[in-house]
Design a protein around this ligand. Structure first.
Ligand code: ADP
Ligand code: ADP
Length: 229
């Protein structure tokens, strides 16, 4: 469930400057495909098109054969879990932020997801800036900690499709390895689109797509791409 297909997708934010110039790829249900390439290549744009933040100019984007334009925003959001580069937290406790997307979750489930993402120790705290109204000191979270909140939220939501957009980029090396283990756990059996700068971070992907100047420059498994370069 959750097979993704991009078929000859063209897209530009500004008509004078094409960003994607005919992109075709598939992520079979339950598989992991990584998109790598330099900054500005259009990697995040691909994830935004899947989420339908923007509409494509031509081609097709489908999930399980259904055009994303025919899927309601509500079901798209239910089907896709995104761990973005920059996580923006809501005006409430970290626990609430983790629960967002699965408000029916029990405290135990929230705590388990928080432990896997290693935010257990500050799960009851309020993020900084959102605390003045309750007269309690807020917690200043680093970029990596906010990312771990997004990861915990995704672990709890357990959607059929995952988008990991540079999901470990704000973490230090030691934390990155542990969080990567949590991400591997949550992506097991789910259709996963990983966006990354470096080939070395996506060794286990079923397919790696190298995006350059809006086209697919190379594709294959990690070992195949290494052999070619
Ligand atoms: P990547 O994820 O590979 O770094 P992006 O998909 O974020 O690249 O961006 C591709 C190009 O599109 C970049 O040149 C970026 O500046 C431009 N871009 C991204 N978002 C917008 C936007 N909302 N409006 C205009 N240009 C954008
Ligand atoms: P992300 O958080 O995935 O990086 P953003 O939308 O914040 O996505 O921006 C991605 C890239 O696109 C950044 O380099 C940003 O500067 C650029 N960008 C975003 N919005 C615009 C815009 N309206 N016009 C030009 N470039 C943009």
């Amino acid at each position: 469930q959750g097979a993704i297909r991009f078929e000859d997708v063209h897209f530009s934010y500004d008509p004078a400057r094409p960003i994607l110039k005919g992109i075709s790829f598939e992520v079979p249900a339950g598989r992991t495909v990584a998109i790598v390439g330099p900054s500005g290549a259009g990697k995040s744009t691909i994830s935004r098109l899947l989420y339908r933040f923007y509409d494509i100019k031509s081609g097709a984007v489908t999930i399980d054969g259904q055009d994303v334009r025919d899927v309601t925003q509500k079901s798209l959001r239910a089907a896709i879990g995104m761990v973005p580069q920059d996580t923006v937290l809501f005006n409430d406790t970290i626990a609430y932020n983790v629960r967002y997307g699965r408000i029916d979750a029990t405290d135990q489930e929230v705590d388990k997801a928080a432990d896997l993402a290693q935010i257990g120790e500050f799960i009851r705290a309020l993020p900084e800036g959102f605390d003045s109204m309750v007269g309690e000191r807020g917690l200043k979270l680093s970029g990596g900690e906010k990312q771990r909140v997004a990861i915990a939220r995704t672990i709890l939501k357990a959607p059929p499709i995952l988008i990991l957009d540079e999901a470990t980029s704000a973490l230090d090396t030691a934390t990155e390895q542990e969080i990567q283990a949590a991400l591997d756990f949550v992506s097991k059996g789910r259709t996963t689109l990983v966006i990354a700068h470096r080939l070395s971070t996506v060794v286990s992907a079923d397919e790696i797509i190298v995006l350059k100047d809006g086209v697919i420059a190379e594709r294959g498994r990690h070992a195949e791409l290494l052999a070619q370069n």
